[in-house]
Ligand binder design. Structure first.
Ligand code: B1M
Length: 215
């Protein structure tokens, strides 16, 4: 297979051998972010479709996810960056009961490479832990990720909890992840949350949201 198709295939097949060499060769032709967006994410999409239609079993999905993570880790140091911090501080977490973190970690990379401080507290985070970390690190905004349909319910509960703790005015919230839609967040959840809640389709939209919030 040609190089870029082979990279996509590596994600689908969960094939790590020779990954670094292919990524090095790819970086001679494209920027690291372009490789992620055009080739690696295309592979993850195929994985999602195969898994969703029952043609791929979970252990193989996990292998694909691991190759994806290894590829992103290899590319990350080569990205153009302004890692000076100081533009503002974002807390990131995957919500309670949800382990998916590839998308959240991409948001971390893009936002922190563009002048923001990111406090990434990981997966399966209950709202109590999210709010504690937000307070401790004095963040300007809270970002929650979740890919499961049930995570959308958790997000709604989290916003209600923030209302009841009187924190809605303090923290603008950014939500992202495959199970959400813009209208669910910006209409339905907007009616729930007494503060500002926005949807980010991808990591770049997450960055633009931060830029708008911090302007
Ligand atoms: Co899971 N999984 N998974 N999975 N998995 C999905 C989400 C699913 C849609 C697959 C499918 O059926 N087609 C499905 C959910 C169905 C539903 O809820 N209706 C599903 C399921 C069912 C499950 C399990 C329940 C399976 C099981 O155990 N039987 C289980 C859940 C465990 C749990 O969470 N409690 C499970 C487990 C796993 C693995 C561990 C094997 C692995 C995750 C590994 C990891 O993340 N470390 C995994 C994977 C890899 C997937 C798919 C195939 C790919 C997800 C991914 O990484 N995509 C996924 C299929 C899909 O999403 N269609 C699937 C690439 C990533 C870059 O995209 O995270 O969407 P994404 O991020 C995007 C945007 O959404 C956005 O930016 C990113 C792009 O720039 N974004 C944000 C994300 N977060 C953001 C936050 C922001 C802003 C933007 O601001 C805060």
């Amino acid at each position: 297979l040609p190089l870029f198709e082979r990279l996509e295939r590596r994600i689908v097949d969960g094939e790590r051998n020779g990954l670094e060499d292919d990524l090095q060769a790819a970086m001679a032709e494209k920027a690291p972010l372009q490789i992620i967006n055009e080739n690696l994410l295309a592979g993850m999409k195929v994985v999602g479709d195969l898994f969703g239609s029952g043609q791929m079993q979970l252990p193989f999905v996990l292998q694909s996810a691991e190759v994806m993570k290894a590829a992103v880790a290899h590319l990350e140091p080569h990205m153009e960056k302004d890692d000076s911090g100081g533009k503002g501080r974002l807390l990131l977490a995957t919500v309670k009961g949800d382990v998916h973190d590839i998308g959240k970690n991409l948001v971390d990379i893009i936002v922190s490479n563009n002048g923001y401080d990111v406090v990434n507290i990981g997966i399966k985070q209950p709202i109590g832990a999210i709010l504690e970390a937000a307070e401790e690190h004095q963040v300007d905004a809270i970002g929650m990720s979740g890919l499961l349909v049930k995570s959308t319910v958790i997000m709604k509960e989290n916003l209600e909890e923030m209302n009841s703790r009187g924190l809605a005015g303090k923290y603008p919230v950014m939500l992202g992840g495959a199970a959400l839609t813009r209208s669910f967040v910006e209409h339905d959840l907007d009616e729930v949350y007494q503060g500002d809640v926005r949807y980010a389709k991808d990591a770049f939209e997450g960055l633009h949201l931060m830029d708008r919030l911090m302007a």
